[in-house]
Design a protein around this ligand. Sequence first.
Ligand code: SF4
Length: 225
Amino acid sequence: MSSDRSYFADWQSLEEAVKRCARCALYKSRKNVVLGEGSRNAHVMLVGEAPGATEDEMGRPFVGAAGRLLTMILESLGVKRESVYITNVVKCRPPGNREPKEEEVEACSIYLESQIILLKPQIIVTLGNVAGRKIFALGNNQWSSVMKMRGKIYKLNILSLSVSVIPTLHPAAALYNPQLRTLFEEDMKLVRKVMESVVKEVTGELQKGKSRTLLDYLKPSSDDR
Ligand code: SF4
């Protein structure tokens, strides 16, 4: 899919283009474009649906109530928010927080695809149905629904990268529903477990006593933002 696309060659050109983007109608009502944030050396990319009101205001992803829950759960598992990369399928807020339309998702796809190519994540966590559907489409795989797909690891080939995709709920769904929150926490524990094995694989430091902690490898470097 999309092999004929011209991707952005670096983060700077991607940032400059997205700031002035008018590829779909969402540019008309946005206050800020929300490209994403986190470590550009991250092994893990979290993909949500679209910015909400707080994100639109601040130009940052997942900073409202749902974002605070996500950050809290990550940190309770020993994963610093700055050590992963967080973004959304569409980079501008749909009015009234409606679900992004198919044409908006398609228009914005070049940015998400470029982010994946630049970051080369080993793990992609999809938050909610819109993100799951999009990432599975990029991996040429069938998506059904988040409740059927969640809690498992899918090995997909996405833009010529081998990626472990872990679908889960959108944290907004888990905010006021204790049952969904439990499922969300279970899924994030799975993410943490897979992160650990990826880090071990990458570093090759499996011998007892020599292994550093997960966080040693997840510290943001100087070019992170
Ligand atoms: S949602 Fe994406 S494609 Fe649409 S205007 Fe914003 S950045 Fe451009």
